[in-house]
Design a protein around this ligand. Sequence first.
Ligand code: AP5
Length: 213
Amino acid sequence: MIIVLFGPPGSGKGTQAKALMDKLSVPQLSTGDMLREAISQGKPIGVKAKGLMDMGQLVPDALIIDLIQEKMKAPDCKNGFLLDGFPRTVSQAVALDQMLKKQSRKIDHVISFQVPKDKLVKRLTGRLVCSACGTSYHELTKPVTKQGVCDKCGGKLIKRKDDEANVVEARLDTFQEETMPVEGYYQKQGMLRTIDATGSEREVSDKIMGLLQ
Ligand code: AP5
């Protein structure tokens, strides 16, 4: 099953992708995680991406398309995958359709997460992420048992640089200007399913499973 999880920064795509991975037995392909990994490993794509990410801007389409194309070919993607943070421009959406067509595959579901801006800002500015397993927490609404330590794997919690308030604003603007047209692209094809993603993680997860059945 190939699912696109679409939504603004902080709408819960990563959180839900991690929950769905276990339920559907398909991997999460997060372009943001791939870029952060490339940065930490000092890879050329990471060097090119870092400055843009720190300013809340998008990384050029060509770089992202190369990156995702490689990952989609991996053996663990044979039965499908969950796209988290890709496509983020109409050009990326078109490229994705072309890549899948070459493999005689297609997207099964596009799920758009709806969360009002004030909630997105609160979620992002309070987010803590496990540097080892990637689980997201929140300083106020989803605190960990032991400060600075992931409940799941014991990894160290970090704050993303792009979760600073001024960068969050820039990321939300970038989403409106450059990423929102992707919603229209899928709507025109009759593929878009919209969910209210303001409930608890469990409620949102149940809504998604309801849509998939
Ligand atoms: P990326 O890492 O993809 O960031 P994003 O899309 O901005 O999404 P986030 O990871 O911030 O949010 P999320 O929706 O996953 O929310 P989460 O589940 O963590 O991209 C980073 C950067 O990389 C981009 O700005 C760009 O520069 C570059 N990039 C990446 N992909 C690209 C592409 N395709 N093209 C070009 N550039 C690209 O949850 C957030 C918080 O909310 C957490 O604290 C969580 O605990 C909490 N939360 C989650 N669900 C709930 C809930 N139901 N109720 C209450 N709180 C909740």
